[in-house]
Design a protein around this ligand. Structure first.
Ligand SMILES: Cc1ncc(COP(=O)(O)O)c(C=O)c1O
Length: 342
């Protein structure tokens, strides 16, 4: 039987507040309408959520894994997918080539090896992934044009460039962040000139409002839909819409324990938050909470339920099979987190 209220849910349970989610999607779609936003599916891994994003006008998507593209295509959500990541596995590339017979699949490449792997698998469309300062994937800007020429000799269509400025998302201070983003995007602009093509793709939630004067023509944001405590520090106009519901399973004089721990929360950005409590620590299956001094929540009993706000949304989503859509404490629907895996 489908639970009707959050009190009936077995925990840990992933909750998505539908009104907050819609608010976030609306805010972003007003700022970056249609193809100006290429929503990143890695942040939620859920075709139902991607479908809602498409109802806000976005038909092009960014993906981080072949599985995300294959799942999106199978669900019929979107017709144009960018794999913003390098892949050399021939089986996965062949699976992507199959999808590319009925949808646009563009693969990021940053070396001759990734170009040849794409061509060999029968993929036709690539973007040159450019290093704009984050020590991760991406070719040096000065070499991007050369790689594009090489890709063309392999009969690949080079559609442009991407460059992810992930190292700048959390720079403190709006103006300082804007300045650093502008500098980083100059590297991408230079590469775009050498590479040619129609796409200049970059950005994320933390830089969603810093690209008005940069060269990019599409933003790859993902976290904005669900949010986390990490991004909440930037005071962005997006509300927390995702929570992990836990049950109080033990109570002592000075603390209480809920059944949400490391195995149901992405922890690489630090401890999660629970309104009214200080998080003492998290362990595999538990989080230990101390009531804040001025808290009105201290009357919590064993068996009660509390909402935990994740510190990092992407890995949190990939730990859950299902998300329950809620309005207040009413459970409206459930969505499978069906794009997990690689
Ligand atoms: C390639 C790429 N583009 C864009 C993003 C933006 O994501 P977010 O909106 O979560 O900042 C990420 C996040 O890691 C990414 O890896």
């Amino acid at each position: 039987m489908q639970p009707r209220t959050t009190s009936q849910l077995a925990t840990p349970a992933l909750l998505i507040d539908l009104d907050a989610l819609n608010g976030n999607l609306r805010t972003m779609s007003l700022r970056h309408p249609g193809t100006k936003l290429r929503p990143h599916t890695k942040a939620h891994k859920c075709t139902n959520l991607a479908n809602l994003q498409s109802q806000y006008g976005h038909k092009t998507f960014t993906c981080a894994t072949p599985r995300e593209i294959i799942g999106m295509a199978a669900a019929g959500v979107g017709q144009d997918y960018l794999l913003a990541n390098e892949v050399v596995d021939p089986n996965r590339l062949s699976a992507l080539a199959k999808v590319s017979q009925s949808a646009r699949v563009t693969l990021a490449v940053d070396s001759e090896t990734t170009v040849m792997a794409a061509a060999r698998a029968g993929l036709r469309d690539v973007l040159i992934d450019v290093n704009v300062g984050l020590p991760r994937c991406g070719i040096a800007p000065a070499l991007a044009g050369q790689l594009a020429d090489f890709a063309r000799t392999q009969k690949l269509n080079v559609h442009g460039v991407m460059g992810y400025e992930g190292h700048l998302m959390m720079i403190d201070g709006h103006e300082k962040r804007k300045q650093r983003v502008a500098e980083s995007m100059q590297l991408l602009a230079r590469a775009a000139q050498d590479v040619g093509g129609e796409i200049i793709s970059a950005g994320g939630t933390g830089t969603f409002d810093l690209h008005d004067e940069t060269c990019i023509n599409e933003l790859q944001a993902g976290s904005y839909a669900l949010m986390d405590t990490h991004y909440a520090k930037l005071n962005l106009p997006f509300d927390q819409s995702c929570f992990v519901l836990g049950t109080v399973i033990s109570k002592s004089t000075d603390w209480l324990v809920i059944d949400v721990g490391l195995k149901s929360l992405g922890m690489d950005h630090g401890n999660p938050s629970v309104q009214g409590f200080d998080v003492m620590f998290c362990s595999d299956e538990h989080t230990t909470l101390a009531p804040k001094k001025d808290s009105v929540n201290i009357n919590v009993s064993v068996g009660d339920k509390l909402r935990v706000i994740p510190a990092h949304i992407d890995p949190t989503m990939s730990m859950h099979e299902l998300a329950f859509l809620v309005r207040g404490d009413e459970v409206i629907d459930s969505w499978p987190i069906d794009l997990r895996g690689w």
